[in-house]
Design a protein around this ligand. Structure first.
Ligand code: F0G
Length: 352
């Protein structure tokens, strides 16, 4: 069979595009659904666990799914420039797809709280990066107004085309499993992705591609958990900077998804996130960024509630390479440095 053509071509029938839409693609999507036996073993009772490794998208996160749609539609509408607020991944994806389409990209980020790899991406793809003295919520408020007052198209997930693209993650999960999983565990920041996944499962169900619908299990970082606390957080704090968000834009839609699916929201601490992060890399061989590990940390936290023999999918939203500082600072096996350049010294350092 031919090569994967990117998610707009592959799922065209489910997306608001026409023959007039210029398809701006980096052949995103088609990411692997990987069995996670070490996590499954911690739960036991015949539970099957998979990770949807969306960190393997072209810019290293699930944002590419939304951005192929948002930028294609912006190009179709004749836009010259796009703007977004971002904790990093949206800015990387916006920059890449905008530049590929020949559009200018402006990204507004919280100064000092964007992981190094993401910052490098936005710069090298050629975006105008504006770092403000504020958090993500301040950035989003600003760009929403900017898009009304200046000739720039907003490509945050409040742009409905973003969610349309991101819902294809659910299609791929169903295509791989032959049905929906029993649980879908997902990190929640601005609450766009949980909304999009639920849309995807519902639309695929309606079209007869799956028999059941999953429980949507959303996980926030404990220091940035407005949905669990029930009110906005003015000073969100977490090591998982991607989800360091105090007032999610799609809050209501995320609650609707959780209620309709009889799922739940829970908070996980930074320590639980880091434990899951190390477990995924060192036992499963899957390196994701800290925010992504919140889905696995959450699953392990509520593992006693998983029905026996259930199938669970955890969405790993971003690649571990995005945040090398976090990796180096939080692993338990430090570098053995200062070793002499000869076999006996190296063997000694190896413990032989
Ligand atoms: N995981 C990662 C790696 C993210 O970058 C984000 C959001 C989320 C999870 C949460 O998804 O916002 O749809 O609930 N990142 C945004 C950004 C905010 O600017 O890159 P959500």
């Amino acid at each position: 069979r031919g090569q994967w053509r990117g998610l707009i071509e592959e799922y065209r029938a489910f997306l608001p595009v026409s023959e007039n839409t210029p398809v701006v693609t980096l052949h995103e999507g088609n990411t692997p659904l990987i069995p996670a036996p070490a996590i499954a073993q911690q739960i036991g009772r015949g539970v099957k666990v998979y990770v949807k490794y969306d960190g393997l998208n072209p810019t290293g996160s699930f944002k590419d799914r939304g951005m192929t749609m948002a930028i294609s539609k912006a190009k179709e509408a004749g836009a010259q420039a796009v703007i977004c607020a971002s904790t990093g991944n949206t800015s990387a994806a916006a920059a890449a797809y905008a530049r590929r389409a020949g559009l200018k990209a402006f990204v507004v980020i919280p100064d000092g709280y964007v992981a190094l790899g993401k910052l490098a991406q936005a710069l090298v793809y050629g975006a105008e990066v504006i770092a403000i003295e504020g958090n993500f919520d301040d950035c989003l408020n600003a760009v929403r107004t900017m898009a009304q007052e200046y000739p720039v198209t907003l490509v945050n997930s409040v742009n409905p085309y973003r969610l349309e693209g991101q819902k294809t993650g659910a299609f791929e999960v169903v295509d791989a499993l032959g049905d929906s999983p029993d649980w879908l565990c997902i990190p929640v920041g601005n609450a766009g992705n949980i909304t999009a996944y639920w849309m995807g499962f519902c639309e695929y169900h309606q079209a007869g591609h799956c028999q059941k619908l999953p429980k949507m299990m959303g996980f926030q970082a404990a220091g940035a958990a407005p949905i669990i606390q029930g009110h906005p957080i003015t000073d969100p704090k977490t090591i998982a900077t991607a989800i360091r968000i105090g007032n999610p834009a799609s809050w209501d839609k995320a609650i609707a998804a959780q209620e309709a699916s009889q799922g739940a929201f829970n908070a996980v601490t930074d320590e639980e996130i880091l434990e899951a992060y190390r477990l995924l890399a060192s036992q499963e061989g899957v390196f994701c960024e800290p925010a992504s590990a919140a889905s696995v940390a959450g699953l392990l936290k509520v593992k006693d509630q998983v029905p026996s023999e259930a199938t669970v999918v955890c969405v790993l939203t971003g690649n571990g390479l995005k945040d090398p500082d976090c990796a180096i600072q939080n692993c338990n096996n430090p570098i053995k440095s200062g070793v002499a350049p000869n076999v006996s010294a190296i063997a000694q350092a190896m413990g032989f």
